[in-house]
Design a protein around this ligand. Sequence first.
Ligand SMILES: Cc1cc2nc3c(=O)[nH]c(=O)nc-3n(C[C@H](O)[C@H](O)[C@H](O)COP(=O)(O)OP(=O)(O)OC[C@H]3O[C@@H](n4cnc5c(N)ncnc54)[C@H](O)[C@@H]3O)c2cc1C
Length: 488
Amino acid sequence: MTASTNASRFDAAPRGVRSSFEYVEGWGMAVGAHGRVFRPRTVDELRAVFASARRDGVTLGLRGSGCSYGDASVNERGHVLDVRGMNRIMAWDPATGVAECEPGVTIEQLWKTILPDGWWPRVVSGTMFPTLAGAAAMNIHGKNNYAVGPIGDAIRAFDLVTPSGELLTCDRERNADLFHAAIGGFGMLGAFARIVLATKRVHSGDLEVRALRVPGLAEAMEAMDARTGSADYLVAWLDAFADGAALGRGLIHAARYLEPGEDPDPARTLAVARQELPPNIFGVPKSEAWRALRLLNHDAGMRALNAAKYAVSALEVERGAYRQSHAAFAFLLDYVPNWKWAYGRRAGHGLIQYQVFVPKETAYRVLRAVLEESQRARIVPYLAVLKRHRPDPFWLTHAVDGWSLALDFKVTPETKEALWRHCSALTERVLDGGGKFYFAKDLVLAPEHARRMFPAKELAAFGALKRRLDPDNLLSTNLARRVFDGFA
Ligand SMILES: Cc1cc2nc3c(=O)[nH]c(=O)nc-3n(C[C@H](O)[C@H](O)[C@H](O)COP(=O)(O)OP(=O)(O)OC[C@H]3O[C@@H](n4cnc5c(N)ncnc54)[C@H](O)[C@@H]3O)c2cc1C
């Protein structure tokens, strides 16, 4: 069924529910489709959208802020249900740090509400714009994954509206199977309608940050491993163009929360205004900075930019420990709004992020091979980020006791085929090393890869739950059809 036939067949929106016909794309802009988008504001409206889609025999793809890089919230064979209209923080208790939120509440809304009371979300992504529903559906991780696990570990309970319209409350005791399947279940089992989550007590709006320069991949991994006991956050940027003895050189940032009394004026640093990212970068308004990056968005430019970043990182290391606001540390990528536009704004241009997760036993060998093979193929990622992870109890988790390397690859109509071939070769290597992938960042996996990366028992149990809760396959996305054959 094409998008245009959808438009004419389904003009009758459920009564009172806002909807429009528009182009819906993945965050990396490399995939998208025109279609009908419904924006319910209440649980009843959400149920009405489910009911009308079922009546009309069309699939629904759930969508939050659309920050998944690939096709996780794109549904070119059906409609899209955007949950951002349900965005009230229903309850916030500054005594316990527990928040009860509608699904469309964003990480930004959450931290801005709780920080003045001395709390911070336990897990945030590198951008503050995702919704809590999108974050839960992908079970996002932060730069502290090795220490606190994914967002699912911070979720106390949720309400899920299943495709039949039933509302199920799930936690670690009630509907425990569904609790562990829907978190990380990429919107296939129902729509989160309420999420209750615990947050982290902080005694300052600042973190203490230390930068550490590393000459290669082995040193980066050793230095990060040595700090997992003392640092609350750890992340490394790697120069993916550096080769030979310099392969994997980069800059680690280690941060820790301040203890009570270390910040002389917490009321000042906890204020939201103090956290806001600066409006200018080197005197250029932030909103225009992507244009400067656009000029460098080719292999030679990015090779030079990565080398320059490594060179100037020596200055940051010399500074020693410094203080930085939570928002500035956590949401570095939000510094330059729409930086993705540097990859081009024409059809077929954009980026994919290809994030590999590898157990610690094979990580060095596999990650080295990933970097080397990318250089050999002359398909070098413009950005490479290394993180440490730990396992978690969610059924379709991407986490391992090991490492992830997130690689941003440029996509153009001319390079797409070769890039997909390259990723497919890397995928074999990663799977051979016992590794996994992350659906929030994926646009290249095939069903055989999903079968290899998850334990057969978990996959079968997830499939059984899907057939029980959604026998008509109402909930679907491009990702679900690509990687799970639409659960056919
Ligand atoms: C610049 C950038 C940095 C990032 N950094 C990180 C990072 O550090 N760590 C990390 O883990 N991720 C990171 N991400 C990925 C991002 O956190 C995830 O893709 C997240 O899922 C996005 O949430 P969203 O609200 O945009 O959801 P979308 O991308 O719109 O959807 C994500 C999934 O949620 C499902 N969904 C949406 N609403 C519901 C609902 N109500 N009920 C059930 N399912 C639903 C969708 O079907 C889809 O499968 C980053 C993304 C960007 C763009």
